[in-house]
Design a protein around this ligand. Structure first.
Ligand code: AMP
Ligand code: MG
Length: 409
């Protein structure tokens, strides 16, 4: 294990945070509560879909060979509607009136759509088929979508609207999903007041915790907001106690090496095994990581932009790992051409706030915003994405492709 004072690369830091991450237990939730949850076990169809061969159109169920030559008269012997099948058998010269979703009667093997049939009010049981069958026979065959026993969804998949629709038709009323990892969030600093409270002299609003909570919820975790600890050992100790049982504790601020930066020392006193507290990243140099028993502790910097970007880069992969989403480290990077030249990068991986812009030929490009100060939220909210500049990257010119992390939180 490297000494805790060495400066790690972002990717090495991510690997260390993910090391040994085990998926949360599974729990059963009803379909109503399953949207957005992560499937914990393979889902096997308990039913066959469609459960019976059904008509895809309104028309008449017939024997295909009866209607090869038209016009041809047929006798209507009954009706099959959705939810109400026809119990008899169709024989040569006969037809059954049928509607969309209704079961195909025994004996019939084709549907003639009603547009191709002449009927008469006086003799409703006598019809004339005026046009032959098209290529499609307008029947949805039993099992055409899936059959009982088919494995249709794998663990780690997110339950979207499409998945929920499929799961319901597979016969599921409840679904085994991963428990949401619990993330305790702690703001630290004597200068902080709760959101909604008028700050006094020298005070500012503790804003980051709310952004971090959004990231946690958006990526499938559940939040335990611990509020604000003041810059005292007692206060920090007390809050760290309150984080007990959470899968992850995220502390905000107080993690550099100032006289008032007590987060690291107090966590160590509480038993945390410190892994690292500095990374080669901009923004976000003082990033702390350690373990307290089974709990992982990530200490992000206090500046709002740094706090949120660090959460996106380090906490989100951890949430993915705890939820069984693979690969956990897939950040969803894209590659895009630059719309403006950017200078060479220093020794820290740089996450630059940037916007999309069309160039003169209409091609989508990416342009860094002029002010990259990590305390400024307004440009961050205006940004569409982050340009990820590797440590030591050379100057990059217009049209050159760069790595981009779309802002999805
Ligand atoms: P620190 O990392 O504690 O030195 O804080 C760096 C900067 O972020 C300081 O200006 C703090 O006032 C500010 N800050 C710390 N925590 C928060 C928070 N929860 N919300 C908003 N700003 C914060
Ligand atoms: Mg502070």
């Amino acid at each position: 294990m490297a000494s805790s004072s060495s400066v790690l690369s972002v990717s090495e830091a991510q690997k260390r945070i993910l090391a040994g991450a085990v998926e949360t237990d599974s729990e059963l939730v009803s379909l109503e509560d399953a949207f957005g949850r992560i499937i914990a076990e393979p889902l096997i169809a308990k039913l066959t879909q469609p459960p019976f061969s059904a008509s895809a159109m309104d028309g008449y169920a017939v024997i295909g060979s009866d209607v090869l030559k038209t016009p041809v008269p047929l006798r209507v012997i009954g009706e099959s509607a959705a939810g109400h099948g026809f119990s008899g058998t169709v024989e040569s010269g006969q037809a059954v009136r049928i509607f969309t979703g209704a079961p195909l009667p025994k004996g019939a093997d084709a549907i003639v759509i009603q547009e191709n049939v002449i009927t008469s009010k006086e003799t409703p049981r006598d019809i004339v088929i005026i046009s032959g069958l098209p290529d499609a026979n307008h029947i949805r065959p039993r099992g055409g979508d899936f059959s009982k026993g088919d494995v249709l969804m794998e663990p780690g998949a997110t339950l979207t609207s499409r998945h929920l629709t499929l799961a319901a038709s597979m016969g599921y009323g409840t679904i085994p999903v991963r428990q949401r990892p619990v993330v305790a969030i702690l703001s630290t600093g004597d200068e902080l007041v709760r959101a909604g409270v008028q700050p006094g002299v020298n005070q500012i609003v503790a804003s980051n915790g709310h952004g971090l909570a959004g990231i946690v919820k958006g990526y499938g975790g559940q939040v335990r907001l611990l509020g604000i600890a003041s810059d005292t050992r007692e206060s920090l100790k007390d809050k760290i106690q309150q984080a007990r049982g959470a899968d992850v504790l995220v502390t905000i601020g107080g993690a550099s090496v100032g006289d008032h930066d007590l987060v690291g020392p107090v966590l160590k006193e509480a038993g945390m095994d410190l892994d690292f507290w500095k990374i080669a990243m901009r923004p976000g140099k003082p990033l702390l990581f350690g373990r307290l028993g089974k709990q992982r502790i990530i200490g992000v910097p206090g500046n709002p932009v740094s706090a949120l970007i660090c959460a996106r880069v380090f906490l989100v992969p951890l949430l993915r790992a705890l939820l069984g989403i693979q690969p956990a480290l897939d950040q969803g990077f894209k590659s895009m051409p630059l719309g403006e030249e950017i200078g060479e990068n220093g020794p820290r991986e740089h996450y630059m706030r940037a916007i999309y812009e069309r160039d003169h030929s209409g091609c989508k490009t990416v342009i860094p915003l002029p002010n990259q100060d990590s305390s400024l939220m307004v440009p961050f909210v205006r940004a569409d994405c982050l340009i990820v500049r590797p440590a030591g990257a050379p100057q990059a010119g217009v049209g050159e492709n760069v790595t981009v992390l779309p802002l999805d939180f």
